[in-house]
Design a protein around this ligand. Structure first.
Ligand SMILES: *[C@@H]1O[C@H](CO)[C@@H](O)[C@H](O)[C@H]1NC(C)=O
Ligand SMILES: *[C@@H]1O[C@H](CO)[C@@H](O)[C@H](O)[C@H]1NC(C)=O
Ligand SMILES: *[C@@H]1O[C@H](CO)[C@@H](O)[C@H](O)[C@H]1NC(C)=O
Ligand SMILES: *[C@@H]1O[C@H](CO)[C@@H](O)[C@H](O)[C@H]1NC(C)=O
Ligand SMILES: *[C@@H]1O[C@H](CO)[C@@H](O)[C@H](O)[C@H]1NC(C)=O
Ligand SMILES: *[C@@H]1O[C@H](CO)[C@@H](O)[C@H](O)[C@H]1NC(C)=O
Length: 616
């Protein structure tokens, strides 16, 4: 093929590419538009394509390598994501030998391996019943600078509407899979009857298969997916599903490669392709037990990792992780001047506000990382301590007030770590180690009579369902729930492990915890899984599901327990869980193990005995 034919096929001439051509791909702005060296300078990218003028990739040289994804639904727009790459992409997006220096420098020569060839893609959005009419479309480019990822905002959409979308390499018939997504209801809509969300946390690739994600995708009952963090793990764990790269992630290339590996799990791909996701991160997207200035593996001083041959600072490592996260996740950056900000909120009609927090990486005061746990316990009740930093804290309280004022029925808070008060929780990885921040939150809710608050929590790899009660400050009756300001629904992991390896030990542990903690109503630590949340004007339902085994890829889905919250009551409806759960310990009620699971592929029920849950 001649160069001319190649150019014609790929649908553009390099000479026509200005920086405006690149601005349609939001990833060039991440993690910050205004700070040199943090975002990518698209003037330089476009000049480079002119200067080097090399032959563009042919469509046959390119692949959609990691499916499609969508997220952060607004009433009139949604984020669409894909990746289009040549076969040697991993090498081309390897920034420098160490991969730790800023990706971009004004001197073109410092793009050690950056590839001059831009890749062009067209994208289209349509309503499922009208495939012939495009309601939004556009053209965007990607390059090695952003690891060949492509993120666009589809605008001018209708509220609370299902859409299909697809990417195609310009001038070719090579297309991505067709994705499915949904916009949120318009802000003042009072007519939306129900919004359903599938809630996940802690997807550890070496820990086992992401069956929980596949089950939710196959059941397809939710409007949106929420992932509360620990979406990837940074460690170098091996085993049957070994991590890639095999070492702990430190460099930009490491985090990109790790994100790429997670986006090969077939159940993750299925759920990403078929729903709009709303995500936040926890520690493992960066580093275990992270806080503002460090983590378990790093003090705030340049740290050399054994056998790596180079050192990395806390800030540089965090920026590597954050850049890869923005590149690989269908998330909006709501404030391009603040490169660490992912806390944000979604107004979903008059039914609910979804408030997504970052209690981890943004501005968290020092946390327990192992060697300092006794110290953290000593200072856990200091007034100055914050999980969120003052900027996010103030925004959080203001957002809760505004939500109540605008008349939204529910305030749903997507959060990482356990909020509820547990005996002796001052030294742990929870709001208990930041008692003042928790008290300020309670105080704000009680003082302003803000009702119908629902905390969604991940992190612990166990299920915990509680009334939201401020013990020691406000009267609370565990029998009736009177005195609480809402509920906390904390869900188990998709595949990260729990120490309880039998139903019996989970029951005994649950009983012990419930007897010690008045607000706790159900506790369970055997199953991996997720929960489905349905919000209506009059009530909120939460259905918890377990995956009997993650040792194999399978479609077994076991209902564990169902909870209801009546609007205005501010506690779990009694009898809690209808007085009966499948597993774990229920404060007042029975545990009856039936093991009757739904096969989400065949949509038939069957009895499945419990198999080995884990690889190891
Ligand atoms: C694209 O994917 C196909 C199927 O996995 C593979 O055979 C082919 O080598 C890939 N091409 C490139 C350029 O990566
Ligand atoms: C990318 O660079 C890292 C060092 O930062 C190296 O370990 C890895 O092998 C490189 N990968 C490729 C595909 O060049
Ligand atoms: C961080 O510093 C403390 C106190 O000096 C030390 O005990 C700990 O081992 C250090 N951690 C790392 C990961 O170097
Ligand atoms: C937080 O409230 C608890 C009562 O629940 C109280 O014991 C504690 O001293 C308070 N701490 C701060 C810092 O306000
Ligand atoms: C929860 O409700 C579903 C129906 O939506 C039912 O199939 C399931 O058995 C219930 N689970 C429990 C533990 O009661
Ligand atoms: C349910 O699982 C438990 C634990 O493995 C087992 O003892 C019990 O027999 C199972 N029940 C059924 C009906 O399969």
């Amino acid at each position: 093929m001649t160069l001319k034919a190649a150019l014609a096929l790929s649908g553009f001439m390099f000479l026509e590419l200005t920086s405006a051509s690149f601005s349609g791909n939001l990833n060039y702005d991440s993690p910050s538009k205004r700070h040199d060296h943090l975002g990518i300078d698209i003037d330089v990218v476009s000049r480079r394509t002119l200067k080097r003028g090399s032959v563009p990739f042919l469509p046959s040289q390119l692949n959609f390598t990691h499916g499609v994804a969508s997220g952060d639904p607004y009433p009139d727009s949604v984020i669409l994501w894909t990746r289009i790459a040549p076969s040697d992409a991993s090498d081309k997006s390897n920034t420098t030998v160490e991969g730790t220096v800023p990706l971009y420098s004004h001197e073109t020569e410092k793009y050690i391996k950056a590839d001059a060839n831009p890749i062009c893609a067209e994208w289209k959005v349509w309503e499922p019943r009208d495939k012939g009419t495009m309601v939004a479309e556009g053209t965007a480019y990607t390059t090695s600078d952003i690891d060949f990822t492509l993120k666009v905002e589809a605008k001018s959409l209708k509220p609370f509407t299902l859409y299909n979308y697809q990417f195609t390499v310009c001038g070719s018939g090579k297309s991505s899979p067709v994705g499915k997504t949904k916009t949120s209801p318009s802000v003042d809509d009072d007519t939306v009857k129900e919004i359903k969300m599938a809630v996940f946390s802690c997807s550890n690739y070496p820990g086992g298969h992401f069956n929980a994600m596949g089950n939710a995708a196959r059941k397809d009952e939710h409007d949106f997916v929420i992932h509360l963090g620990d979406y990837i793990y940074e460690g170098g764990r091996q085993g049957k599903r070994p991590h890639n790269p095999p070492r702990t992630a430190l460099t930009l290339w490491d985090y990109r490669t790790r994100h790429g590996q997670y986006r090969t799990d077939p159940d993750l791909l299925l759920l990403a392709q078929n729903s709009a996701w709303i995500t936040t991160w926890d520690d493992h997207e960066v580093s275990d037990n992270g806080w503002r200035d460090g983590s378990s593996s790093m003090n705030n001083t340049e740290q050399s990792f054994r056998n790596y041959g180079f050192g990395v600072s806390v800030d540089q490592r965090k920026m590597n992780a954050v850049r890869a996260y923005f590149e690989w996740m269908p998330i909006r950056q709501v404030e391009l001047d603040d490169n660490l900000r992912i806390w944000r909120s979604f107004k979903m009609g008059k039914l609910l506000d979804l408030v997504m927090l970052d209690t981890r990486n943004y501005d968290r005061s020092i946390t327990g990382v192992g060697w300092n746990d006794a110290y953290i316990k000593e200072i856990h009740n200091d007034a100055s301590r914050s999980l969120m930093g003052s900027r996010q804290e103030n925004w959080f309280y203001r957002t809760l007030s505004e939500s109540a004022k605008r008349g939204a029925t529910w305030r749903i808070v997507g959060n990482q770590v356990l909020f509820s008060q547990f005996v002796d929780d001052g030294g742990g990885d929870s709001w208990g180690a930041y008692a003042a921040n928790r008290n300020r939150t309670f105080q704000h809710l009680y003082d302003n009579k803000i009702n119908n608050n629902v905390f969604l929590t991940g992190d612990t790899h166990r299920n915990w369902v509680s009334d939201l009660a401020w013990q020691g400050a406000k009267k609370y009756d565990p029998a009736t729930g009177q005195g609480a300001v809402g509920v906390e629904l904390a869900g188990t992991a998709i595949s990260s492990s729990s120490p309880r390896r039998s139903l019996e030990s989970s029951f005994i542990r649950g009983k012990h915890l419930i007897q010690a903690n008045a607000q706790l109503q159900w506790q369970e630590s055997y199953y991996r899984g997720y929960f489905l949340l349905s919000a209506r004007k009059d009530k909120l339902d939460a259905k918890f599901y377990g995956t009997p085994s993650i040792a194999t890829r399978n479609s077994w889905d076991l209902p564990l327990a169902n909870f209801t919250v009546i609007a205005g009551e501010n506690h779990l409806a009694r009898p809690v869980a209808g007085g009966k759960v499948e597993t774990g310990y229920l404060r007042s009620g029975k545990t009856v193990s039936t093991n009757v699971t739904l096969d989400t592929s065949a949509k038939t029920w069957k009895v499945v005995g419990i198999e080995n849950m884990y690889f190891s």
